[in-house]
Design a protein around this ligand. Structure first.
Ligand SMILES: Cc1ncc(COP(=O)(O)O)c(C=O)c1O
Length: 427
C-alpha cells in the first residue's frame, strides 16, 4: 500500500497527514467526529487486485454493505468495478451512483418479491439465489415481467472460515446458501423453472479471513461441482467467489492474505473454467483506506481505570461493541508523550460503548485529536442515531484535497419522518 498516511511511527504512531491532507487543519473545517477516506488508498487496492487478476475474465463486484456512500460507489464505478448488493436500498444507491446494471449482482437470504422485481427491471447481471423458496418466487416474479432471470446458485460449502462467528457464513449451520446436494437437484429440475436460468455458482464463506486455506477449500468444492455440471452438459456462465479477504486492524498482529496468493488459489481451483469469474470484496477495498477522526472530550480518572472519553461512540462505529473488534487508535499530533493506559470510550450510556480497554497510547488531553484506524468498512454503513446522535460527516481525501461526501446529519432531518400522534386511524 502506498504511504497515504504520513506520520512518525517513532513518535507513538501519531498520524498528522492523510492522503496529503493535514488533519488538524481539516478538523477546523469539519467538526469531529467524522470519517475520512483516502481515495488514493482505495484506488490502489482496486488496481492491486485487478493486477493480480490479469489475464482472467474477471469482474470485481464491490460489496456495497462495507461502505455505501454515493461518492465511494462512483469511485468504484470509475475504476471499472461493479457492485454486490443485498437490498433494494443498495441496488437503488448503485443505480443512483451511475453503476452500470450489467455490473451489479444481488445476494441475500431474504429478497422480497419487490426487490426481485426491481433487480429484474434494472437488468442486473444476476441474482445469487439462496433457497428453493426463493427460486420459486423468482420464477413467478420473472414470469410476471415476461423476462428471464439469470441466477447463480449460492453454495454453502460447509467450510470453517476461522473468523468471528457473527461474520462466518459458509458453515452448514449458517443461514446462507444451499448444499451441493440441494443445488444438484435444482439443476436437474431446471426445466421446471422456464423463467429462471441457472447459469452460475456463488460462494461466500465469511468476512475478515486471514488465511488462504478456507478460500481454497471452498473453491475446490465449488470447482468439483462446476466440473460435474459441465460433464452433465450444464455449462455455467459465471462463478462468483464472494468476498471475505481480511485486512489489518492491529499492526504487527493481523497478517492479511496477499492478493496474488488469493487470486492464485482462484486460478488453481478454477483452471479451465471458461466463464466469467466474479469477486465480491468489501472490507479489503475500503477498510484500511478509512479512519474515524474524533476529539477527546475529557480524561476521566475513575477509581480503578482511567477513561479517555471521545466524541465518537458506538453508534458511529459499532464493530468493537458488536464483534469485540480491535482498531488501532493513535493520536493525531501528540505522539511524542509518554504512554498512558486508558479505557477508550464514547459518551453513549452503555458500558458496551467502549472502543478499547487497557490500551496504551501517548498521553492525551481534553480537546486533542485522535484517530481510530481501519474504519473505512462497516463503520459509517453500520452507524445509527442511537442516543439521538446525528450520523457523522464523511470526507473523501485525494492527494492534498478533500471533498465532503456526506454532511453531518442535521437534528431536524433525524426526526423528519416522525409524527405527532394526532391523526388516529383504525386498521
Ligand atoms: C454475499 C457477500 N459477498 C461479499 C461480502 C463482503 O465481505 P467482505 O467485506 O468481508 O469482503 C459479504 C459480506 O457480508 C457478503 O455477504
Amino acid at each position: 500500500m502506498i504511504n497515504v498516511v504520513d506520520g512518525s511511527p517513532a513518535a507513538g504512531g501519531a498520524v498528522s497527514v492523510f492522503d496529503g491532507v493535514d488533519l488538524e487543519r481539516l478538523t477546523q473545517q469539519v467538526p469531529t467526529p467524522f470519517y475520512a477516506y483516502s481515495a488514493s488508498a482505495i484506488r490502489e487496492r482496486i488496481s492491486g487486485l485487478q493486477h493480480a487478476l490479469h489475464g482472467l475474465d474477471a469482474l470485481i463486484c464491490y460489496a456495497v454493505k462495507a461502505n455505501s456512500n454515493l461518492a465511494i460507489l462512483q469511485l468504484m464505478r470509475d475504476a471499472g468495478v461493479g457492485a454486490d448488493t443485498v437490498s433494494g436500498g443498495e441496488l437503488w444507491r448503485c443505480l443512483n451512483a451511475g453503476m452500470p446494471p450489467e455490473r451489479i449482482v444481488f445476494s441475500g437470504v431474504g429478497k422480497t418479491a419487490e426487490e426481485m422485481a426491481a433487480a429484474l427491471r434494472a437488468g442486473i447481471l444476476h441474482l445469487n439465489v439462496e433457497s428453493f423458496e426463493e427460486l420459486e418466487l423468482l420464477q413467478q416474479v420473472a414470469q410476471a415481467q415476461d423476462t428471464v432471470a439469470h441466477v447463480a446458485v449460492r453454495i454453502n460449502p460447509d467450510v470453517d472460515a476461522h473468523t468471528h462467528e457473527k461474520i462466518s457464513t459458509g458453515k452448514a449451520e449458517n443461514k446462507f446458501g444451499v448444499s451441493i446436494d440441494e443445488a444438484r437437484r435444482w439443476f436437474a429440475q431446471q426445466a421446471a423453472f422456464p423463467q429462471v436460468r441457472l447459469d452460475g455458482l456463488h460462494v461466500h464463506i465469511g468476512s475478515q479471513i486471514l488465511s488462504v486455506e478456507p478460500f481454497r477449500q471452498a473453491l475446490q468444492r465449488v470447482a468439483a461441482f462446476w466440473r460435474e455440471l459441465a460433464v452433465g452438459g450444464h455449462a455455467l456462465g459465471s462463478i462468483d467467489v464472494g468476498g471475505g479477504l481480511g485486512v489489518c486492524y492491529r499492526a504487527g498482529h493481523d497478517h492479511p492474505v496477499a492478493p496474488a496468493d488469493y487470486v492464485g488459489a482462484i486460478r488453481e481451483a478454477l483452471a479451465g473454467f471458461n466463464g466469467q469469474i466474479l469477486l465480491e470484496p468489501g472490507r479489503y477495498l475500503v477498510a484500511e483506506a478509512g479512519v474515524l477522526l474524533t476529539r477527546v472530550i475529557r480524561v476521566k480518572h475513575g477509581d480503578e481505570r482511567r477513561f479517555l472519553v471521545l466524541d465518537a461512540a458506538m453508534n458511529d462505529l459499532i464493530r468493537p461493541s458488536m464483534y469485540d473488534a480491535w482498531h488501532d487508535i493513535v493520536p493525531v499530533s501528540h505522539g511524542d508523550r509518554a504512554p498512558v493506559t486508558y479505557d477508550i470510550v464514547g459518551p453513549v450510556c452503555e458500558t458496551g460503548d467502549t472502543f478499547a480497554r487497557g490500551r496504551e497510547l501517548p498521553e492525551c488531553r481534553a480537546g486533542e485529536l485522535v484517530m481510530i484506524k481501519s474504519a473505512g468498512a462497516y463503520g459509517s454503513s453500520m452507524a445509527s442515531t442511537y442516543n439521538s446522535r446525528p450520523l457523522t460527516a464523511e470526507v473523501l481525501l485525494d492527494r492534498g484535497r478533500y471533498a465532503i461526501i456526506r454532511r453531518r446529519q442535521r437534528l431536524e432531518s433525524m426526526v423528519t419522518d416522525e409524527l405527532a400522534a394526532d391523526h388516529w386511524q383504525t386498521a
